[in-house]
Design a binder for this molecule. Structure first.
Ligand code: COI
Length: 365
């Protein structure tokens, strides 16, 4: 039986004037939350049940809940876009629903039927439509997640789980807005190894990225670039997004999905859009040696970070600790022509200003 995520009676809503006040200016990313959330429970034996749309409110946690000890948790990120005519749209939500189940498989969590995932997301967008900003490039960010809620300290897959979708207005992910970012290359820490959880969107991957991320900030960089765990020679992905390079030979190059890298929805969209911008999409391993020599020689002309939260954010430089000190290479074109054109194309499709030939967008409100 499918889940309906119906509105629980009597949930209060923030008055429109107060929402308007909160949405004034740049809401930043991940700070503000809308009024409601979708929730469902799962247990071994009963399956999914107790689905509802309720007030955005704290969960009650038993101290023994497995997620607090063993990090059995997955999440997704997608956005709702308010268009000029006030209709509200989603971008490729089926891709998030599919990936959510791939992550669930890897973390030994139960699968959630894709139509239930989509229904939960649509219900939150519909009930909290007033929270979708109208300002340029601002969205209602949606965060579906699932965690092990069973209070049990034995190490095994939990028999009780919670699924939820929360939402909040979002502006630019990076505090400096769309300005090009500097990237710290770590050859000390890895995000994932062979057979690990690199391809899953689980909290643990992000927890293990935080120390490297802090080092990036210590070196005035806004993101960290991870390399492979075995040799620290092959480029993988950034702390919270994928990396793409534009070559002078007209290729759009990004590392392949080898099990260590997250299959980003934005990454996939860009690979599909590349030919329309005269770029040949190429998924292949990129070594650090190639990255450094390519940027120095000018064979790599542009680089950008891409993800749902980051959209497309240009890279200005890469910095790395070598035996004899820190070195830096600067992209010949930071926020160059192709980065800007791809970004414009993507956001124009998302906001309905450019033809959606791929059928990526769906209307909710
Ligand atoms: C996203 O791009 O939506 C992400 O999930 C990345 C990050 C904010 C965790």
């Amino acid at each position: 039986m499918s889940l309906s995520f119906d509105l629980a009676p009597g949930t209060p809503s923030t008055p429109p004037a107060e929402i308007a006040r909160l949405l004034y200016g740049d809401p930043g990313f991940g700070r503000l939350f809308s009024d409601h959330m979708a929730v469902a429970a799962w247990s071994d034996g009963r399956g999914w049940h107790d689905d509802r749309l309720q007030a955005h409110a704290p969960f009650q946690f038993a101290p023994g809940e497995a997620v607090l000890h063993y990090a059995q948790e997955i999440f997704e990120g997608l956005k709702a876009y308010r268009r000029d005519d006030d209709s509200i749209w989603l971008f490729r939500p089926e891709a998030n629903a599919r990936r959510f189940n791939q992550s669930a498989d890897r973390l030994a969590l139960p699968r959630l039927p894709e139509e239930d995932f989509l229904r939960a997301v649509r219900q939150v967008v519909t009930v909290d439509a007033a929270w979708a900003p109208a300002a340029a490039e601002q969205t209602l960010y949606l965060r579906p997640f699932m965690f092990a809620s069973e209070s049990f300290l034995g190490v095994r897959a939990a028999k009780e789980v919670v699924f939820a979708v929360i939402a909040g207005p979002a502006g630019s992910y990076f505090p400096r807005g769309p300005e090009p970012v500097d990237i710290w290359v770590t050859t000390t820490y890895s995000r994932s190894g062979a057979g690990g959880t690199g391809a899953a969107k689980c909290g643990g991957n992000y927890a293990s990225s935080l120390l490297a991320e802090r080092q990036a900030h210590d070196h005035d960089c806004q993101q960290v670039l991870f390399t492979d765990a075995a040799s620290h020679e092959w480029v993988e992905e950034l702390g919270g997004m994928n990396l793409c390079l534009v070559t002078a030979a007209g290729q759009l190059v990004t590392p392949p999905l080898d099990g260590a890298i997250l299959a980003g929805v934005t990454r996939d969209s860009i690979l599909q859009l590349a030919p329309r911008h005269g770029l040949e999409p190429v998924e292949r391993p990129v070594s650090l040696t190639e990255l450094w020599s390519g940027v120095k020689s000018g064979s790599i002309v542009e680089a950008f970070a891409c993800g749902t939260a980051a959209v497309i954010t240009a890279v200005r430089s890469f910095r790395q600790q070598f035996e004899d000190g820190i070195d830096e290479v600067r992209l010949p074109q930071a926020n160059g022509r192709q980065t800007q054109a791809l970004r414009r194309r993507l956001i124009d499709i998302q906001w309905g200003r450019s033809a959606d030939d791929f059928g990526w967008t769906t209307r909710v409100v």
